[in-house]
Design a protein around this ligand. Structure first.
Ligand SMILES: [Zn+2]
Length: 324
């Protein structure tokens, strides 16, 4: 009997599910709205519906599925299979693994989305040929996941690699977590957007204001990037500054983990030519020589499939480690 795996990428607005063969190749996929506003039961109902979609379409039966892997925003407890809570999903202490297993009869594994993405890049993306790597996502926030000796390092209770909340400058801007000067408060898309708004409100960038039809509130990282590409110096400096602080974060990662690779993903990387050179230069300045000569910084390869491939990697992790 052929073996298959399921990966489910749970997001605040959409659920993506893929059925993969034993090589991790996606055979069919399904996408449905999360409908988070309709509550916990409805979300789980929609998750199950995406799984029924892919099974039906592929003519694969439930007993051919070895494992279901779920990548979800956290905080969560991967060992107990419980989602503790989440800003975009209306749940608290939901025993998601237990509920999926009793509804489907399929062994289920849960992992937070940044860790799942790290596993995805390790097994199916830029990290395929390395044993030690750190994945960092630069998006609305900044998160990360570390692979040590081919295995995910989660920490004692899934909080390892919160790179976004390492403090870069204690006198820096306030972060959502309550600390000052976290990496996320400097270099996330949200923070870049915030700096851009402040600059436009202070009359420093006509270009950004024009791109936002003079509505300061509408200015975000995307508009800041557009202005930067049009040559707006203030917008360019905002990205350069984000890159400088990211570089300090990367240098800290190099000095802490001594991995072969750091992989950078997330939406902000679409504008990587505006900040990555500055980040690498700063990283090189502060990283210790012995670690620096071993590390390569690469862009993530899985693109918009990273959530789904990450969930599939969660499902397949044991098999992948064993067969490697
Ligand atoms: Zn923070």
């Amino acid at each position: 009997m052929k073996e298959y795996y399921l990966g489910l990428d749970l997001g605040g607005t959409k659920i993506l599910t893929g059925l993969a063969d034993s090589e991790g190749k996606i055979i069919t996929r399904s996408r449905r709205d999360t409908e988070a506003d309709l509550g916990e039961d409805k979300i789980i109902e929609n998750m199950i519906a995406t799984i029924e979609d892919v099974l039906e379409e592929s003519d694969v039966s439930k007993d051919q599925i070895i494992t279901l892997g779920i990548g979800s925003p956290g905080p969560l407890d991967s060992k107990k299979g419980i989602i503790i809570e989440n800003a975009n999903l209306p749940w608290k202490n939901v025993p998601l693994v237990e509920r999926m297993e009793s509804a489907l009869g399929i062994k289920t594994l849960l992992q937070n989305d940044a860790n799942a993405a790290a596993l995805g890049e390790k097994w199916f993306g830029a990290g395929r040929n390395v044993e030690n790597m750190v994945y960092i996502t630069i998006s609305t926030g900044i998160g990360g996941g570390a692979i040590i000796n081919k295995e995910l390092f989660t920490g004692v209770n899934d909080n390892a690699c919160e790179i976004g909340h390492t403090v870069i400058d204690p006198n820096g801007p306030l972060c959502g977590c309550g600390n000052h000067g976290c990496l996320e408060a400097f270099s996330s898309g949200t923070s870049i957007g915030k700096r851009a708004k402040e600059a436009a409100a202070a009359g420093e960038s006509k270009e950004m204001l024009e791109l936002a039809d003079n509505i300061v509130e509408d200015i975000d990282a995307v508009i800041c990037a557009q202005a930067a590409y049009q040559g707006d110096q203030v917008a360019r400096d905002i990205f350069k500054n984000a890159g400088y602080h990211l570089g300090i974060g990367l240098g800290n990662v190099v000095n802490t983990f001594n991995t072969e690779m750091i992989i950078l993903g997330g939406g902000v990387m679409k504008a990587s030519d505006l900040f990555l050179d500055e980040a690498i230069k700063t990283m090189e300045d502060i990283a210790l020589a012995g670690s620096l000569e071993m590390v390569t910084v690469k862009e993530a390869e899985l693109g918009s499939d990273i959530g789904l491939m990450g969930a599939i990697a969660v499902a397949m992790e044991d098999r992948l480690v064993k067969n490697d």
